[in-house]
Design a protein. Structure first.
Length: 276
């Protein structure tokens, strides 16, 4: 397949692009003008400066089959000055790319969502309830995409992610924090630690993207969304204890040193997983 990927420099993108190329796909990357192109794992680089017609021509000329949309701006707790950037990154960009895709006759569009779009809802319910404005903006793009699937033949599906981890992760996620305090011995103030997490290795995530892309390309009947899950939920305290065992270290954590976040996810959403 010929696949264009947005968000190629993010954690998932840096793993997905080489994986897709290794599997024999021809990969194109859409980046913004501020992106450092040397960090993108492909020679097929398209700098999107807002010209939708030009992007449509590029997709058509390169016979792109489908788009995997990873690009997003993640802010757990936004400030008023963040709103414009959140909407631009998480709603406008995807909508612009989908507009171009429809004009170019691209067959499918694989979107990336988050289980934070389903806060404190029953398993498998698909009920929308956003944890924060970031999750709300992800849902807003899904609603925009609905228009395009109604007026064209493009196939659209969302793959919702839980927490992810793996090699070369520069984000300040939980394992990076554990590694930091294991080396420094500093005290890390954390919540009481009873919230459960579903953490998925990046290798499993990129495989799921390819499997779903192939199903879309083959025209299979699919649900509107799927969730990538490890199938195991553990409390933050349990994960910390396992880290200590695996790395033979003691973590200096003050449990309850800070309160839970507003709308803390205590139990991750359980959604439909992709059929094998």
């Amino acid at each position: 397949m010929r696949i264009l990927v947005t968000g190629a420099t993010g954690f998932v993108g840096q793993h997905l692009l080489p994986y897709l190329e290794k599997q024999g796909h021809e990969v194109y990357a859409l980046v913004r003008p501020s992106t450092d192109g040397s960090k993108v794992y492909t020679n097929h680089l398209y700098v999107f400066e807002g010209d939708i017609e030009h992007l449509a021509s590029y997709l058509l000329e390169n016979h792109v089959d489908g788009i995997i949309h990873l690009a997003s701006l993640y802010i757990a707790e936004h400030k008023p000055e963040d709103i414009k950037n959140i909407v631009t990154s998480n709603v406008y960009l995807g909508t612009a790319v989908m507009e171009a895709a429809v004009k170019a006759g691209v067959k499918w569009f694989l979107n990336t969502g988050t289980i934070w779009q389903n806060y404190n809802v029953e398993p498998y319910s698909d009920t929308y309830c956003p944890v924060n404005l970031y999750a709300a903006s992800k849902q807003a793009f899904v609603d925009m995409a609905k228009y395009y699937t109604e007026v064209s033949d493009i196939k659209f599906c969302t793959l919702k992610l839980c927490d992810t981890y793996g090699a070369n992760d520069t984000r300040r996620k939980i394992f990076a924090l554990f590694e930091q305090i294991a080396k420094s011995g500093e005290c890390l103030k954390m919540s009481p630690g009873e919230q459960k997490l579903d953490i998925v290795h990046i290798d499993n995530v990129v495989r799921e993207f390819e499997v779903l892309a192939e199903k879309l390309d083959n025209g299979e009947q699919l649900r509107e969304e799927y969730v990538v899950s490890s199938g195991r939920q553990r409390s933050l305290k349990e994960i910390a204890k396992q880290y200590e065992i695996d790395h033979q270290v003691t973590l200096n954590i003050e449990w309850g040193g800070r309160p839970y976040r507003k709308r803390e996810v205590m139990v991750p959403y359980t959604g439909h997983q992709l059929p094998k």
